[in-house]
Write a protein that binds this ligand. Sequence first.
Ligand code: AMP
Length: 215
Amino acid sequence: MRNIVLLGPPGAGKGTQATLLTARYGIPHISTGDIFRTNLKEQTPLGKQAGEYMNKGLLVPDDLVCDLVEDRLTWDDCKEGFLLDGFPRTIVQAERFDAFLEKQGIGLTAVLDMEAPEELLIPRISGRRVCKNCGKVYHVVNMPTKVEGVCDVCGGEVYQRKDDAEETVHARLAVYEEQTRPLTEYYRRTGRLVTIDASETPAHAFEQITAILGE
Ligand code: AMP
């Protein structure tokens, strides 16, 4: 069983590692951001509520996110573990999540803190493009699609997330520093934090992670 949390600022490469780790370990990738985006696209009540915060680069209220994650973790596909990407993001979420885990009688295998300097994060985020259909992530410079605007995998439309526009990126990084950064200390204190150097290639980060999580 592997219960993993991916921590790190936007642009550290959490989504990329999540895709690789899901393939390696067969555990589901649970991205709260992806769940909110799907709901926003489908204009569900949850999506409409979350969208008001997301589009400004702000965090969605803690209760809404915690309820969502706790429900998702009861699905059958989480029996062998899970990979959380983008949750928890505040101390309140982390504390509530710990209480939930305790009630379920499970613990976290590791909290992987992906770190890269800010000057690398901004171009990574503002160059990011995502397939509207299958969610595959590209980058205009580092990993472009073969045909501009068209997903290599499924032919879907490749677009820029609204919150990846440079104006919003600064707000998201500030929110990270203020509200999410304190989690590194929270998890370090409880011996669950592992720092990953995410300043180089995805393969370099993946190597460090698999060295910790095992084959
Ligand atoms: P992400 O794709 O992880 O960058 O998430 C996109 C947006 O969804 C964030 O900027 C927040 O507005 C919202 N969001 C995702 N996860 C959380 C969370 N754990 N707590 C609060 N808001 C979140």
